[in-house]
Design a protein around this ligand. Structure first.
Ligand code: PLP
Length: 391
């Protein structure tokens, strides 16, 4: 059996051993309900509150500004629908063309319900059109803005401090999907005036199925989850204690080690990028390389399909992903790559490599050993390409 290399960490990460270890007692011994009045509940409630403090510290927030959720999709939905309910159809909702479906589908839904919605575009490097965002902010009336901190497909980092300041200046509520930023860059809500911010545990080495929503003190928030009084009445439902404790540990690990780890991760990513550019012709790097997550590399191999590359690499034990979604038998290119206006010869051939703290230089070496052959072979089989009649 050949080596296996996991380079799909923007899709999900492995659970850190330290995280798994702190969770185990909450399955075996500390299984009480934090809302119970007896000793079995009380001490669990304390663990949840300590976890809240740790997650808050990770974002430089206050503990009572953190609401635990089941995932970032829930956090994004909760933020958007809270504002939509408060203001009704007088609310203008502004987002971008390159958001995650967790945001885009909420905005699409509200558009169908009659809300005024706007999607700001990006340029060829995936950079947001800040001027048109500012224009949209100038209309009177209540406004809600949702702009992701970093893009999951290209790793492009948006100037969130600038965008948050603009929103504040124009009196708009500002939410950011910070899922891909958590653990890969500093998030400081004291410095960056966001009103709401979503993170997801499984993107930074906690398990799947736990997330958080930051809501700045004073910002009105109404949850669509009705039920018990958990989370100070802002998110009903018995707390997922083991996962909350695990996510707090994952936050602590990132907070303590992030700077050093990210240097190493960035060096691996750069080595892969350099190696690909040297060994494969007709390649383009997608996204804003000046403002990019340290762990992400999105490249287009012209004239071939990203899916075919990913399948071939999967057979060789290398896990990567494409931005495309296979819809009704036709291969739909990614909405992010399309929004960037990537040329048609390259739009289908985009793939994403995303690293974590557990990758090594041996992983990069293995990919660089196998990838050029895969690309050359797929290009031989492709009906497209320089000098081929279909082009
Ligand atoms: C993964 C991801 C989400 C969804 O997170 P879940 O916890 O899986 O719901 C939302 N936004 C971005 C940018 C993501 O990468």
């Amino acid at each position: 059996m050949h080596k296996t290399v996991y380079l799909d960490n923007n899709a999900t990460t492995s659970v850190a051993p330290e995280v798994r270890d702190v969770m185990t007692p909450f399955f075996n011994d500390f299984y009480g309900n934090p809302s119970s009045m007896h000793f079995f509940g009380g001490r669990i409630a304390k663990c949840v509150e300590r976890s809240r403090e740790e997650v808050a510290r990770f974002l430089n927030a206050e503990p009572d500004e953190i609401i635990f959720t089941s995932c970032a999709t829930e956090s994004d939905n909760a933020a958007i629908f809270s504002a939509a309910e408060k203001y009704g159809k007088s609310l203008k909702i502004i987002t971008t063309q390159v958001e995650h479906p967790a945001v885009l589908q909420c905005v699409e839904y509200l558009k169908e319900k009659g809300y005024n919605t706007v999607k700001i575009g990006v340029d060829g490097f995936g950079r947001l059109d800040i001027d048109s965002l500012e224009q949209e902010l100038k209309t009177p009336g209540p406004k809600f803005v949702s702009v992701m901190w970093a893009n999951n497909e290209t790793g492009t980092v948006f100037p969130i401090a600038q965008i948050a300041a603009l929103c504040k200046e124009h009196g708009a509520i500002f939410h950011t999907d910070a899922v891909q930023m958590a653990g890969k860059g500093v998030i400081d809500v004291k410095k960056v005036p966001v009103d709401m911010l979503a993170i997801s545990g499984h993107k930074f080495h906690a398990p799947k199925g736990v997330g958080a929503l930051y809501v700045r003190k004073g910002v009105e928030f109404n949850s669509f989850m009705k039920g018990g009084h958990q989370e100070r009445g802002r998110r009903a439902g018995t707390e997922n204690v083991p996962y909350i404790v695990g996510m707090a540990k994952a936050c602590e690990l990132c907070r303590v080690n992030m700077e050093e780890e990210n240097d190493t991760i960035g060096a691996l990513r750069d080595a892969l990028q350099d190696g690909i550019l040297k060994s494969c012709p007709d390649v383009r790097v997608n996204g804003d390389v000046e403002n990019r997550l340290c762990n992400t590399l999105n490249v287009s191999f012209e004239y071939i399909e990203g899916e075919a590359i990913a399948y071939r690499l999967s057979d060789l034990g290398i896990a990567i992903s494409t931005g495309s979604a296979c819809a009704s038998g036709s291969l739909e290119p990614s909405h992010v790559i399309r929004a960037m206006g990537v040329p048609f010869t390259a739009v289908h051939g985009s793939v994403r490599f995303s690293f974590s703290r557990y990758n090594t230089s041996a992983d990069v070496d293995y990919v660089l050993k196998e990838l050029p052959g895969v690309i050359a072979n797929l290009r031989e089989l492709s009906p497209f390409g320089p000098g081929k009649e279909f082009l």
